[in-house]
Write a protein that binds this ligand. Structure first.
Ligand code: C5P
Length: 396
């Protein structure tokens, strides 16, 4: 394939030659395009050497009859911007073309663009950047990262460019992407639920939603239309094939999930649903009563997974999660059968890098037919891909 790597002026530009090298090694023909600022961080010689092609960095270098941004756009099957600064994201969202790369971006169909944003975490969190990215995504631009970690400015947070290996893998999957799940609808539940105590307090848990959102992304990447029912979570959804419904409580999640399930080929329920909720919810803030304690009376929430297990029709696939602290395999297996599941994903809590909040996970996937797949500690994205590959291959 013919890939253009666009480089903008952020410190992560020093990783761009490595990305180019990986893409060349994977058999792609690569040409680089750089903004003037990018060349403060990485040299023309480096980019031309690793790509074995001339660099596009000057709107007016060619002869008057050649419009290089147009010929380059016809040449490239994909444009990967790595790193993508807040500036190039903003320029593309606004249609500004004031240097070679933004001009090329305006000529290129957005569906052929993959961006790997990299910036300081406060810049990343700025509403302008998030609004601009949301705009680009609605046009079909794909994004990867940024990752969490130490940043060049000395702070740490979200903003590091995704690793070149991860970007190269994403390019490979986008280019040859078979869409085995095209035409299939899948339901995913994700995140925690909040059970209200009064107008300002709730019972919740530490689930971040990262695993469920990664599952929704992996299903959408495989071509499925995804109904994502999400409990309270700060995470954003990127993929145009993900339809997200935000809920707060277990009962709201129950309603959304049971409504969506009949039209779905399958469901993966990864949400950490509260088993109990306060029997009553005060419509005002409860006041401290002298030095007395407070007793909350709790009632059981409906079990969404078990309900879908009773609704399941032939051909539908149902996948649950099990977070166990003791007798893990035995408990997971009994849940698999009790709730009429096809698979259960057992989270290991023995490893500090797996489970709630973190970016990695380590799971064992148990199938109703007795098959077991254990993963090593991987990113939640990788774990999601393995789960999706396994459960979507399921045949009656
Ligand atoms: O029985 P347990 O709560 O351990 O089962 C966990 C699995 O059940 C997870 O897949 C979770 O999403 C789902 N669940 C549910 N509704 C509940 C409780 C758990 O869907 N009320």
């Amino acid at each position: 394939m013919r890939i253009i790597v666009g480089i903008t002026g952020g410190i992560a530009a020093y990783k761009a030659p490595e990305l180019v090298r990986l893409l060349v090694k994977a058999g792609h023909e690569v040409r680089c395009a750089a903004t003037p600022h990018a060349l403060e961080f990485v040299t023309r010689t480096t980019l031309e050497t690793v790509s074995a092609n001339p660099l596009y960095c000057d709107l007016f270098r060619g002869n008057a009859t050649e419009t290089e941004h147009i010929s380059l756009k016809d040449w490239g099957e994909m444009l990967v911007i790595a790193p993508a600064t807040a500036n190039i994201i903003g320029k593309m969202a606004s249609g500004i073309a004031d240097e070679p790369l933004s001009t090329l971006l305006l000529a290129m169909p957005p569906q052929r663009v993959l961006m790997a944003p990299a910036m300081n975490s406060q810049m990343w969190a700025h509403p302008a950047v998030q609004r601009n990215l949301a705009t680009l995504r609605t046009w079909g631009v794909r994004t990867i990262g940024p990752d969490d970690g130490d940043l060049a400015c000395g702070s740490s947070g979200t903003g590091r460019m995704a690793q070149p290996e991860a970007i190269a893998r994403q390019v490979a999957s986008l280019l040859q992407q078979p869409h085995p799940l095209q035409g299939e609808r899948w339901l995913v539940t994700a995140g925690p639920t909040y059970e209200r105590i009064d107008s300002v307090r709730f019972i919740g848990n530490y689930s971040s939603g990262k695993m469920g959102f990664a599952l929704a992304e992996a299903l959408a990447e495989a071509g499925a239309d995804v109904e994502l029912v999400a409990g309270p979570s700060a995470l954003r959804t990127a993929h145009p094939r993900i339809h997200r419904t935000d809920v707060e409580s277990a009962r709201q999640m129950y309603t959304a999930a049971t409504e969506a399930f009949p039209a779905c080929r399958g469901a993966i329920l990864s949400a950490a649903v509260a088993d109990y909720r306060p029997e009553t919810c005060a419509d005002h803030k409860l006041k401290k009563q002298g030095d007395q304690g407070l007793t909350l009376s709790l009632v059981q929430n409906p079990d969404i997974l078990a309900t879908l297990g009773t609704m399941k029709q032939a051909g539908q696939v149902l996948v649950g999660f099990a977070l166990e602290t003791d007798n893990e395999l035995q408990n997971a297996e009994s849940k698999l059968h009790r709730k009429n599941l096809d698979y259960i994903v057992m989270n290991s809590l023995r490893d500090t890098s797996a489970g709630f909040g973190v970016d990695t996970n380590k799971v064992t996937l148990l199938a109703a037919d007795g098959q077991r797949t254990a993963t090593p500690l991987l990113s939640k994205q990788e774990v999601a891909r393995i789960i999706v590959e396994t459960v979507t291959r399921h045949k009656e």
